[in-house]
Design a protein around this ligand. Structure first.
Ligand code: FEO
Length: 165
């Protein structure tokens, strides 16, 4: 179980890296609102890392960090980036579900209980990315819509306390 949780730390760190890379892409195409949203998302992923880190230590396990994969650096469009973000969150949901399956198979109820926060969190993670994908599809090639969404997403700020709930 400890090894599987360490793998999840790596997956959450990669998520943060991926969103930071998406932020850099959005900065490069002058969509600073989208870029700011992605930076907040990258920070939220680090909060997920710290939850696993603390849990492993609380249970007298051993955190072992592994190499983080290099993320993609360019996307064809804002829609392509958010489609990737949505697909990535679906992948993370599967990883969390696999961890729950493993915990249950080992009758590790403590870890199962800990993981339930992430099961719930993934509902929001998928829904948020999916909503933005839908909005970008509606906007299509309308630049005014893109600028409005850019402004809206730029209003997101990350607060560790609020996101930890
Ligand atoms: Fe750590 Fe976006 O799930």
């Amino acid at each position: 179980m400890n090894n599987a949780l360490n793998d999840q730390i790596n997956a959450e760190l990669f998520s943060s890296y991926l969103y930071l890379s998406m932020s850099a892409y959005f900065e490069s195409v002058n969509l600073s609102g989208f870029a700011g949203w992605m930076r907040a998302q990258a920070q939220e992923e680090l909060l997920h890392v710290s939850k696993f880190f603390k849990y492993i230590n609380d249970r007298n396990g051993r955190v072992v960090l592994k190499a983080i994969e290099e993320p993609q650096k360019d996307w064809a469009s804002p829609l392509a980036a958010f489609e990737d973000a949505y697909a990535h969150e679906q992948k993370v949901t599967k990883l969390i579900n696999d961890l729950v399956d493993l915990a249950l198979s080992m009758k590790d109820h403590t870890t199962n209980s800990f993981l339930q926060w992430f099961v719930t969190e993934q509902i929001e993670e998928e829904a948020t990315a999916s909503q933005i994908v839908d909005q970008l599809k509606l906007i299509g090639d309308a630049r005014s819509g893109l600028f409005m969404l850019n402004k809206e997403l730029g209003a997101r700020t990350f607060t560790a306390a609020a996101d930890a709930e």
